[in-house]
Design a protein around this ligand. Sequence first.
Ligand SMILES: NC(=O)c1ccc[n+]([C@@H]2O[C@H](COP(=O)([O-])OP(=O)(O)OC[C@H]3O[C@@H](n4cnc5c(N)ncnc54)[C@H](OP(=O)(O)O)[C@@H]3O)[C@@H](O)[C@H]2O)c1
Length: 269
Amino acid sequence: MAREKPQDFRVRYGPWALVAGASEGLGAEFAAQLAARGLNLVLIARRADALAEVSARLRSAYAVEVRTLPLDLAREDLASVIAEATDELEIGLLVYNAALSMIGPYFTISLEDHLREVAVNCRAPMTLAYLLGLPMLKRKRGGILLMSSLGGSQGSALLVNYTATKAYNRLLAEGLWDELREQGIDVLTCCPPAVSTPGYVASAPKGAMSALTPQAVVNEALAALSKGPTIIPGWTYRLANVVMQRVLPRKSTIKLMGRVTRSMYQKSS
Ligand SMILES: NC(=O)c1ccc[n+]([C@@H]2O[C@H](COP(=O)([O-])OP(=O)(O)OC[C@H]3O[C@@H](n4cnc5c(N)ncnc54)[C@H](OP(=O)(O)O)[C@@H]3O)[C@@H](O)[C@H]2O)c1
């Protein structure tokens, strides 16, 4: 509990945090809540202007340093770019939040787009966890937080590759949690349901599925960081997850997920 106090949080996870996918939505909220806890920030996203806005807001509100690194996390040379940009910084916390979410029947999405989704959602978090986690291991101190999704607990029609990439993040984090939990490094995967971010709203889901706020999700995730390995924000969704994973037969869970996704995203003919 004491770790949740700003000073202790900074000692445990500072002095720098890197947030990948920080220009809006959950990533911008992670950046704000980490700045409020006194961490300096490296913020990554593609849109330099949006990153600059987030950075200016945080610099004026909190006494922290903020650096922006506009780049596409799908780029082939990601490892060397990140290594060079973070070389002189002591990064004690990685939040990998960026994701590409291709919605539609599997074969209507190009192979190129599926591969880009794997690059942003799997290759990049694995690369950053490796590059930033190794120095944490040497310091015996730090934290890694990977964003998964409630959708990553089972496959889903119309989100076939996306849900598979989210399962990858969950398992990557869970395995790392067990390897690192006695090495001073906290690892957490956050599996939210729908969250009212600009990205989610822009995907224009139909129906009245209630969405959590980014503030609530980030609050719960940061409070759970020292506990790990998995947090599902919102008690009703934790309950729904128990039913879907432990009560319903697997086929029913997959079909239910598909029905919900179709009701939100299937175009009416
Ligand atoms: N919102 C939900 O309903 C929901 C539900 C479950 C799980 N999640 C997970 O929560 C995380 C955040 O969701 P969100 O709704 O906040 O996402 P979002 O609104 O789509 O924002 C994603 C962030 O990632 C950045 N990004 C995307 N592609 C990138 C790339 N190729 N290179 C660099 N940056 C990139 C975006 O900035 P730029 O456009 O500037 O690059 C943005 O800052 C994701 O991992 C998502 O899977 C979200």
